[in-house]
Design a protein around this ligand. Structure first.
Ligand SMILES: *[C@@H]1O[C@H](CO)[C@@H](O)[C@H](O)[C@H]1NC(C)=O
Ligand SMILES: *[C@@H]1O[C@H](CO)[C@@H](O)[C@H](O)[C@H]1NC(C)=O
Ligand SMILES: *[C@@H]1O[C@H](CO)[C@@H](O)[C@H](O)[C@H]1NC(C)=O
Ligand SMILES: *[C@@H]1O[C@H](CO)[C@@H](O)[C@H](O)[C@H]1NC(C)=O
Ligand SMILES: *[C@@H]1O[C@H](CO)[C@@H](O)[C@H](O)[C@H]1NC(C)=O
Ligand SMILES: *[C@@H]1O[C@H](CO)[C@@H](O)[C@H](O)[C@H]1NC(C)=O
Ligand SMILES: *[C@@H]1O[C@H](CO)[C@@H](O)[C@H](O)[C@H]1NC(C)=O
Ligand SMILES: *[C@@H]1O[C@H](CO)[C@@H](O)[C@H](O)[C@H]1NC(C)=O
Ligand SMILES: *[C@@H]1O[C@H](CO)[C@@H](O)[C@H](O)[C@H]1NC(C)=O
Ligand SMILES: *[C@@H]1O[C@H](CO)[C@@H](O)[C@H](O)[C@H]1NC(C)=O
Length: 422
């Protein structure tokens, strides 16, 4: 086990302490298994194939996932998951509810605890202030968690198995370094992280107490906008200092070129020339790991003009994370009916692109919003325990908009009203 912070062991009953955020960063092994799709597809190794893959996946009139599906494989293994457990010193130990936070495509666990502007966009800080502890983690395959084969290994259901393993550890008190058994666990997700939280709740309805699905709907009509708008390229070619091979000479040359161009103040692609993470070894990601092409593609998919800080877009571009072709092929594998019986909040930005086509409130149907139809998928949830809320003045990357803390307040109050508060 690798601890990237000094090990902090929580006392079962802490003395009265001043309110203070404390986080434990660690890599946690999980032994998991899932039924994955066996796709007959060579992982893209260059940008022609990366674009061709997206062209195939977004073509109207066909289901490309289904066209290349050639049966199923059981994939099993022990994988490392990079986690961050945060708690408020003043509350540790006393039956604190927990939120498990699953990020979406393009981000890692820092999406929930954005350091930008002295953490004033931090979902984690808001959750701690509302009385929760949090566990955020890099999804399997992404960030500092184990990477893997981009076609047949890193797929949605194996990632859901990792989410389940972490949840089980936290419920049973076996999560390393945290001497506590959580009996009230809320699963909150963003985008693909919401899809995985939704799937987890359907497969194991007794293992979660509530769902907060942010940046989400079940309407797949606008997925193609996201795929096309992303201008996806091979991660190792688009941002070689972060995702390319570790060939020392190449990295050094790129760093020098980057510093030179930045010194000239040229309008260069920050994703390509980012020095963020350049001090660490580049991840040398295999074929089939893709990233959004540039800051404009990132903006199109995640940010609503007028309601975000350009500096935060630039920061998101510098720290952008990849998606595997296996994830893109399986993100639509969602059960239309969910077995979960407890409280479900869907909260989506009014201008969400992938799940609402840029406008959640223009439906042309009897429903007040596109996310409102998610209610139809939860036949076992009492009407008073389901809400589809449209956060005004926000795009898909809810946490990265000016009024993110307004959305966090809504979430905390909603949970409290349903008996899921601290
Ligand atoms: C934990 O990791 C985050 C980045 O994810 C970093 O900002 C923070 O300083 C780390 N905390 C500790 C205690 O190492
Ligand atoms: C997966 O599909 C390939 C063909 O693309 C096939 O050769 C292989 O046997 C399949 N694997 C399993 C476990 O079915
Ligand atoms: C795209 O689809 C075509 C025809 O279905 C196939 O020949 C090609 O290999 C696919 N390319 C990628 C990168 O998925
Ligand atoms: C997990 O991390 C440990 C320590 O960093 C390392 O020794 C081990 O090989 C890793 N396991 C996997 C599956 O990556
Ligand atoms: C963070 O602070 C900046 C600058 O004060 C402000 O413009 C922005 O609205 C704040 N964002 C959040 C989420 O509180
Ligand atoms: C990932 O690991 C690198 C190198 O140790 C570190 O600089 C970075 O903060 C980590 N990021 C996250 C999100 O854990
Ligand atoms: C496409 O096919 C896959 C695999 O058969 C299935 O899980 C998915 O629901 C289908 N997607 C759509 C939009 O029909
Ligand atoms: C709503 O959810 C709460 C918390 O799980 C539960 O106690 C309550 O019974 C639910 N209400 C109904 C009408 O099912
Ligand atoms: C998706 O939303 C659009 C706009 O409201 C609507 O026309 C379409 O019927 C919806 N599709 C599904 C499958 O609900
Ligand atoms: C901020 O968000 C809250 C919660 O959704 C909402 O009530 C408020 O109107 C929003 N403010 C602005 C300026 O969008």
């Amino acid at each position: 086990m690798h601890y990237s912070s000094t090990a902090v062991v929580l006392a079962a009953l802490s003395a009265v302490a001043a309110s203070e955020k404390t986080c434990l960063n660690q890599t946690v092994p999980v032994t998991i298994s899932a039924r994955n799709g066996n796709f007959s597809l060579a992982a893209p190794t260059n940008n022609i194939d990366a674009a061709a893959f997206v062209q195939n996946l977004s073509r109207q009139g066909q289901n490309y996932s289904s066209a290349v599906l050639n049966g199923y494989n059981t994939v099993s293994g022990t994988y490392n998951i990079s986690t961050q457990f945060c708690y408020d010193n003043a509350r540790s130990g006393v039956n604190v509810p927990l939120q498990i936070l699953t990020h979406g495509i393009g981000f890692d666990k820092t999406y929930w605890d954005l350091p930008y502007n002295n953490y004033n966009y931090s979902y984690v800080n808001a959750a701690l202030a509302a009385g929760y502890s949090t566990l955020s983690y890099d999804r399997l395959g992404i960030g500092n968690s184990s990477h893997g084969d981009a076609v047949n290994e890193i797929q949605s259901f194996l990632e859901v198995a990792a989410l389940r393993a972490l949840t089980t550890q936290l419920r049973s008190g076996s999560f390393p370094g945290v001497a506590q058994k959580f009996s009230k666990i809320i699963h909150a997700g963003h985008s693909f992280g919401s899809i995985q939280s939704y799937t987890f709740a359907n497969l194991y309805p007794d293992e979660t107490d509530g769902l907060v699905l942010t940046g989400f709907s079940l309407n797949a009509t606008y997925n193609a906008f996201f795929l096309a708008g992303g201008n996806f390229q091979l991660a190792s070619l688009n941002a070689p200092l972060r995702f390319g091979s570790a060939a020392a000479g190449d990295v050094q040359k790129l760093q020098l070129a980057s510093a030179y161009l930045q010194a000239l103040d040229l309008d260069v692609d920050v994703g390509l020339l980012s020095s963020d993470g350049a001090a660490a070894t580049p991840q040398d990601l295999p074929a089939g790991y893709l990233v959004t092409g540039d800051a404009s593609a990132n903006q199109y998919n995640f940010f609503l003009p007028g309601f975000f800080d350009a500096g935060l877009l630039a920061q998101s571009e510098r720290t952008k994370m990849p998606v595997t072709v296996g994830e893109l092929l399986t993100l639509g594998s969602v059960s239309p009916v969910n077995a979960f019986k407890g409280p479900v909040l869907v909260i989506t930005g009014s201008g969400d692109l992938p799940f609402c086509g840029g406008d959640c409130l223009t439906t042309g149907t009897k429903y007040p919003s596109i996310p409102a139809t998610v209610a139809l998928s939860f036949p076992n949830v009492a009407p008073e325990n389901f809400t589809a809320y449209i956060q005004p003045n926000a795009g898909h990357g809810l946490n990265a908009h000016y009024n993110a803390t307004g959305a966090y307040r809504y979430v905390s109050e909603w949970l409290k009203d349903r008996g899921l508060g601290a």
